[in-house]
Design a protein around this ligand. Structure first.
Ligand SMILES: *[C@@H]1O[C@H](CO)[C@@H](O)[C@H](O)[C@H]1NC(C)=O
Ligand SMILES: *[C@@H]1O[C@H](CO)[C@@H](O)[C@H](O)[C@H]1NC(C)=O
Length: 319
């Protein structure tokens, strides 16, 4: 909290009204008047400070703060522990679409949230390693690892309707705002793709405080932002799709560590974010995680002790 006050204070210093100097005054009345003015000015200044700190906190306008969020788990559901989750999104009616990876185990599936049961399954050819998945209209779009070949499926029966050429350097993540597709390829680039032509129409380098954020993985469009799992970390970056700047971080090592502590030593990294826009629910899971979590973001109660750049921004990896 202190940090918010400090920076809002800086803003209001410029707006502080001039305070008359009582030592320049020669009679008693003027002195009283000046004292009154000083206290009025001080009061106004204090009010301005309070107002600015409240508004900048609640509107999230403060650009200089590390905006780091913790999570509160509001629900836990079963998740297929053999699903190497690479793409996740809300399908409506308490169901998810999920894309899984690993050669010989890759699939696209529709999964019931409450039971974890796979309702519809498309098993992919053994030569493909499934990656990011997104839904636009009746079509599911999927990219694949280490190949430029992408697939488009019918959302109802998951049958393949089209093959496309992925113009990114690789296929890692996909999301959509309902207009364009956002794509990631494991670099620091966030792509915008035309869903008609599948051509890259725009791209931004994702940066946090001037440094590039590499290893952008599974993506989700959440309330105007693009959220990205950063591969091999416990971090989700909240990115502005407009300029690629990181707006905040969700740091959640506790779910993975909790699973490992309760005997799930084989699990892989946090990966997979789904947003139910209608009910504003957020679901997350990981590769080979036996659980899917519904979470809510929480502001930290204490200042963050770690180094976000060390924890969430590993160096670029090349495959
Ligand atoms: C899948 O559903 C679509 C309509 O949504 C239909 O045109 C297509 O024939 C179906 N494919 C299979 C294999 O059932
Ligand atoms: C990103 O866009 C710029 C133009 O803004 C272009 O020069 C560059 O080649 C693009 N990079 C990728 C990786 O598509």
């Amino acid at each position: 909290m202190t940090r918010y006050y400090k920076s809002s204070g800086k803003k209001s210093v410029k707006r502080r009204p001039p305070i008359p100097n009582p030592t320049n005054l020669h009679d008693h009345t003027n002195y009283k008047m000046a004292a009154l003015l000083v206290s009025a000015a001080a009061f106004a200044y204090a009010l301005t400070l309070i107002f600015l700190s409240i508004s900048s906190n609640s509107l999230g306008l403060e650009p200089s703060i590390d905006r780091i969020y913790d999570v509160q788990v509001v629900n836990e559901f079963p998740h297929d522990p053999d699903a190497f989750t690479q793409g996740l999104l809300y399908a409506g009616n308490d169901a998810l679409f999920e894309s899984t990876g690993l050669y010989g185990h890759s699939s696209v599936r529709k999964v019931a949230i409450r039971t974890g049961k796979v309702e519809v399954m498309h098993k992919m050819d053994n030569s493909y390693f499934g990656e990011g998945l997104t839904l636009l209209g009746d079509r599911l779009f999927q990219v694949n690892w280490l190949t430029k070949t992408g697939f488009i499926y019918d959302r109802n029966n998951l049958s393949k309707v089209k093959i496309f050429n992925n113009q990114m350097k690789d296929g890692w993540g996909l999301a959509t705002d309902g207009q364009v597709l956002f794509g990631s390829d494991g670099t620091s680039t966030l792509y915008q793709i035309d869903p008609q032509t599948m051509k890259v129409v725009r791209n931004h380098t994702v940066k946090f405080k001037g440094d590039e954020v590499y290893n952008l993985n599974e993506l989700e469009f959440v309330a105007g932002e693009v959220w990205a799992n950063v591969w091999e970390t416990d971090c989700i970056a909240r990115i502005s799709g407009k300029d690629g700047l990181v707006l905040g971080w969700i740091y959640l090592p506790k779910l993975r560590k909790g699973l490992v502590a309760s005997g799930n030593s084989q699990i892989d990294v946090l990966n997979g974010i789904a947003w139910d826009q209608a009910q504003n629910r957020i679901f997350i899971t990981g590769k080979l995680w036996p659980k899917l979590y519904e979470i809510k973001l929480q502001r930290l109660k204490k200042p963050f002790k770690g180094d976000i750049k060390k924890l969430c921004m590993p160096p670029a990896v090349h495959f």
